[in-house]
Design a protein. Structure first.
Length: 184
């Protein structure tokens, strides 16, 4: 089996641990294989865009979603570590408003599948982090929205104790909306 798959409390959100081959020279693993992804998840998805960001310690990106052209995301970290979060914003879902988070790092090589209809974000907990993700739809800035990262109605337990500062947010994330005013 190319991946070990772990279900999460949020329907459709999966943690994937790739099979890593390592020795004294280093390591090798397939970070993505469409056939294997479909085999272990039961999902058939076409990824249309790859994104790569680098952020300094304390940067919090998100929680992002698109009101049209929802994106499924397969996310991973290639340098450093982040606390990665998915929030269920699917109206009618039994886990609406709930979140799931975990550490993604270059060391643990875990990946998170965030299906369409969820908000996604991360907090950089190492000195810096490089974050890569595949998306199932293209980025449409006119449809992008931000869900408030600190909304008490969601109650995300961000590991802020790992920082020596307040999180660093973009202007759009500072102006994010709470869950009770979610735009569809």
């Amino acid at each position: 089996m190319p991946y070990q798959v772990m279900q999460t409390p949020l329907e459709g959100v999966l943690v994937l641990e790739p099979k890593v081959f390592g020795d004294a020279r280093g390591f090798f693993f397939e970070s993505f294989n469409a056939r294997d992804f479909e085999q272990v998840t039961g999902l058939q998805r076409t990824f249309v865009q790859d994104n790569h960001s680098k952020s300094a310690k304390g940067v919090l990106r998100g929680l992002h979603y698109q009101v049209q052209h929802a994106q499924g995301k397969l996310v991973r970290v290639t340098q450093g570590a982040v606390f990665d979060v998915a929030v269920d914003i699917r109206k009618g879902s039994p886990t609406f408003g709930q979140w799931f988070g975990l550490e993604l790092s270059a060391e643990n090589k875990k990946q998170l599948w965030v299906p369409e209809g969820l908000a996604h974000g991360f907090l950089v907990t190492s000195e810096s982090a490089e974050f890569l993700y595949k998306t199932t739809d293209y980025y449409h800035p006119e449809y992008e929205r931000s869900l408030l990262w600190s909304d008490s109605a969601i109650g995300i337990e961000w590991p802020l104790h790992l920082l020596e500062m307040a999180p660093l947010l973009s202007a759009k994330d500072l102006d994010a909306s709470p869950l009770n005013s979610l735009e569809e």
